[in-house]
Design a protein around this ligand. Structure first.
Ligand SMILES: *Cc1c(COP(=O)(O)O)cnc(C)c1O
Length: 360
């Protein structure tokens, strides 16, 4: 074997949900927003010429950073933008988790966290959520090299109240605490309210879910000037131009339309609450999700069997074949029409399913 092979960095990558192509697919597997981006985004996109592509974009993405600063009443120096929150979170792991002590995150959470930790050589421990997938705060009150919490959590959908987030941050003022708020707009109070009090708190959000722009790849972090400036130093040591010109312009446009944002988020929340009821009637247990997805388990039929039957019917949901999650499905909230099609299929097919389990 050639020695160059010994020097390759070997990693086990994160596996994103499938992106099936084709028209007759109901796609409820990657938590995309079923509604289009704001009307202003569509208008500016139509008017946008290709001339601007000749030049490099603004490395500070000032237009977008200022739009977010206005929206959240923060100085622009307290906001960092990146290529989706995955880019922001990856950069934050690289920047802030540089201790010899292990960082902490729950055993069940966003499965990208262990991937970044492995990639960057960061030690980590994963305290187990309780039987009902609740966070045990005492697990985060011990010596550590940093903390990352998704709130609301994925794929459980559960949200920790802000007072409990603050309790964890207060206890851990010697390390950086990252709160990943990919779903916060669908329920729960943002930890953004705490960043002026805790210099070590970084709050990360995204345009992918509540702002219908997963394909544009825009994420951002809010925190103290010290944290944001450290993130920028790492970014400018790696790639000055992470944000492309259309993302900067269209992202800024999306943030301006607060009314459309509220309207679409409220529609999804209404559909979600109705969906919880429908799923319970069909024999599913369902966590109290505060996100744009449901986390469900059927009393009789295995998650894998339902997942496969749905897929054959062109309805994609997410199934995780990993310990503690193999009985559950994560189902993105779609339009009311898409959800009706899902209920129709399940109401018709569930009674015929589950024979395998019944035999044992
Ligand atoms: C979707 C998601 C992200 C990443 O979103 P981007 O599209 O990269 O902005 C990060 N964290 C959690 C928990 C998510 O569900």
């Amino acid at each position: 074997m050639k020695t160059w092979k010994d020097h390759i960095r070997k990693v086990v990558p994160y596996v994103p949900g499938e992106q099936p192509q084709g028209d007759h697919v109901i796609k409820l597997n990657t938590n995309e927003n079923p509604y289009p981006p704001a009307p202003g985004v569509r208008r500016v996109l139509r008017e946008m010429g290709a001339d601007q592509f000749r030049k490099y974009p603004d490395p500070s993405a000032g237009l977008l950073t200022r739009a977010l600063a206005d929206r959240y009443h923060l100085p622009a120096e307290q906001i960092f933008v990146g290529v989706g929150s995955d880019d922001v979170l990856g950069m934050a792991f690289l920047t802030f988790f540089n201790s010899k002590k292990p960082i902490l995150f729950p055993d069940i959470t966003y499965s990208f966290y262990p991937v970044w930790a492995d990639l960057f050589g960061i030690l980590y421990e994963t305290p187990a959520l309780d039987e009902e997938f609740r966070l045990r705060r005492e697990d985060y009150k011990r010596d550590n090299g940093g903390i990352v919490l998704a709130n609301p959590n994925a794929p459980t959908g559960l949200c920790v109240p802000l007072t409990q987030v603050e309790d964890i941050v207060r206890w851990n003022q010697d390390v950086v605490v990252i709160v990943d708020e990919a779903y916060i707009d669908f329920g729960g109070q943002s930890a953004r309210a705490l960043i002026d009090r805790y210099e070590n708190l970084l709050v990360v959000q995204t345009f992918s879910k509540s702002r219908s722009m997963a394909g544009m790849r825009i994420g951002y972090a809010m925190g103290s000037r010290a944290l944001i400036s450290a993130l920028e130093d790492v970014k400018y040591s790696y790639n000055s131009y992470t944000m492309n010109a259309p993302s900067i312009i269209l992202g800024a446009e999306a943030v301006k339309d607060e009314a459309y944002f509220r309207e679409t988020v409220e529609k999804i929340v209404r559909t979600r609450e109705a969906a919880k009821e429908r799923f319970r009637q069909m024999g599913f247990s369902c966590t109290d999700s505060r996100t744009n997805f449901l986390f469900v388990s059927h009393e009789r039929v295995s998650a894998k069997e339902i997942f496969e039957a749905l897929k054959r019917a062109g309805i994609y949901v997410r199934y995780f074949a990993v310990p503690r999650l193999e009985d559950y499905l994560r189902i993105t909230i779609g339009t009311d029409e898409e959800m009706e099609e899902l209920y129709r299929f399940l109401e018709k097919e569930l009674p015929k399913m589950g024979a395998e389990r019944a035999e044992h």
